[in-house]
Design a protein around this ligand. Sequence first.
Ligand code: PMP
Length: 388
Amino acid sequence: MRQLPGGGLADLLRAGVPAGTVNLAVGTPAFPDTPKELVDAACAALRSGVHQYQDPAGVPALRERIAAGLPGSPDPATELTVTVGGSEGLCVALLAAVDPGDEVIVLEPFYENFLSAVALAGGRLRPVPLREPDWSPDLTELTAAFGPRTRAIILNSPSNPTGQLLDRLHLEWLADQCRKWDVTVISDEVYAGYVYDGQHCSVADVPGLAERSIVVGSFSKSHAVSGWRLGYLRARPEWTDLLRQIHVATTAGAPAPLQHAAAAVDLFRAERWDPSAAMRERRDSTVEMLREAGFRCAVPAGGCYVMAAIDGLTDEPSHSFVRTLAAETGVLVAPATPFFADPRRGERHVRVAFNRPADTLDTARQRLRAQARRCPGLSHSSQEGEPA
Ligand code: PMP
């Protein structure tokens, strides 16, 4: 039977967390609140009898709403496809762009599902390491990764897990590389609405890159509807034809009543829905909390996560440190191991999600403070292997 790589965080979830734990490990949104208008519209759609298959490319009115919120006015009829979350979008994009054996460049650390999605398409991962403090790519190393076997590169700006942004200069430079080696860009922009320093630049806004790009979007985090499974793919019409064929083969469409609900509200333009200022406050308080507790971290420019180094706190590897920390403080963070092709490279870091209510983050801070008072250095008492 085939084995897929990845899934480390899902395992963590399956193991369950004791009641009362402040869970900052997973990205499941607890902030912002799901917009009430969306919930009302979903109930109305179900009651009005939307229960059957619809156009697999997505409810046209929703595609129009999505187009209105994107730069460069994509044509909703030929350039947008509604998918079952960004996760399906990512897999469909890779299945469309990559043949078995092709190399796919990823900037490491990366969102863990990139591992399984590339493997599903039969691609071979070519990780290019990003380094602290700012986790931005070293262009010499990135240049060296491109070659005749490179078929695609996955970008993710703002990044999960580092919050790093690719600016226009990075993207223009990448456009030259991708043209040189005829490489397709799969640009995961699901955190585009959460940018705190600088500006989000979509690949769809960069001449030379836009034509060879497939953009992956999602409402899971932006509108706190991760269970609704609504995302989209944006690509030029020739790509969109193929993407839709694969999308029909894999899912035959995203949930119809929820698409109608999303189409019924005008919440996909930043003028109408923009929780980024409140998220920035959470980012700032989370960075403060972590630094105060002895973690070392850069301030993420965007996204929902802080990537923090644990070397000032413990010699334990991150996969056991997170258990020790949870047992001693009741605060759960994620080990960084799932975000690396070789998990050993993630043993000196943890990832902390901050899409949480302010009082949840305050509780985490108080607990870490109390532990620091009891035991400076946070985590000396437990040994690897002890139950959390
Ligand atoms: N890309 C990134 C970078 C993510 O962090 C996530 C969700 N954690 C996704 C894609 C997929 O999200 P969804 O399928 O819920 O839209």
